[in-house]
Design a protein around this ligand. Structure first.
Ligand code: COA
Length: 125
């Protein structure tokens, strides 16, 4: 993503799947859907230049990723989720988990260190 002549951020997407576990496992079990994985598009890398953070660019990059995933899911092939592994940081201001929660992603599995897997259900959003 460019703002004027500056490269301010980027996002990469890849094909992946969501491991059905935790709360989401119970949700699908209730519906008699017993697959171990479900199709997903993953946000592989997403970052905004330090000098341009907190100006709405990260939110725009998530919206772009969402628009691609929704387009694929609606028109081309089955894809239920947009997923990612949120990079954790002890400093709340730098902990991307809180950013993604604001973007309505849900935690798939709680983890404090490293990364935390998160998902966004494309069917109901
Ligand atoms: C996480 C990151 C992408 C956020 O980008 P950004 O451009 O600063 O975010 P935005 O300005 O679009 O913020 C959107 C909203 O999230 C909030 N937000 C951003 N970072 C946050 C944080 N760490 N904790 C809580 N809220 C946060 C903003 O305040 C804003 O809220 P609002 O809509 O109520 O005003 C950016 O900080 C970054 O690149 N970090 C380093 C790399 C990284 O961690 N990438 C994610 C790896 S998975």
């Amino acid at each position: 993503m460019f703002y004027k002549t500056n490269l301010v951020g980027y996002v990469t997407l890849l094909c992946d799947s969501l491991r059905v576990e935790g709360d989401i496992k119970d949700y699908f079990k209730h519906k008699n859907i017993l697959y171990k994985t479900l199709p997903a598009i993953k946000i592989g890398r997403l970052a905004v230049d330090n000098n341009f953070q907190r100006q709405g660019f990260g939110k725009r990059l998530v919206h772009i990723a969402y628009a691609y995933a929704k387009e694929v899911s609606n028109n081309y092939c089955g894809c239920r989720f947009l997923i990612l592994d949120a990079k954790r940081n002890k400093d709340k201001e730098k902990d991307s988990l809180h950013f993604y929660k604001k973007m309505n992603f849900k935690v798939l599995k709680e983890r404090v260190k490293g990364t935390t897997p998160m998902y966004f259900d494309l069917m109901y959003n």
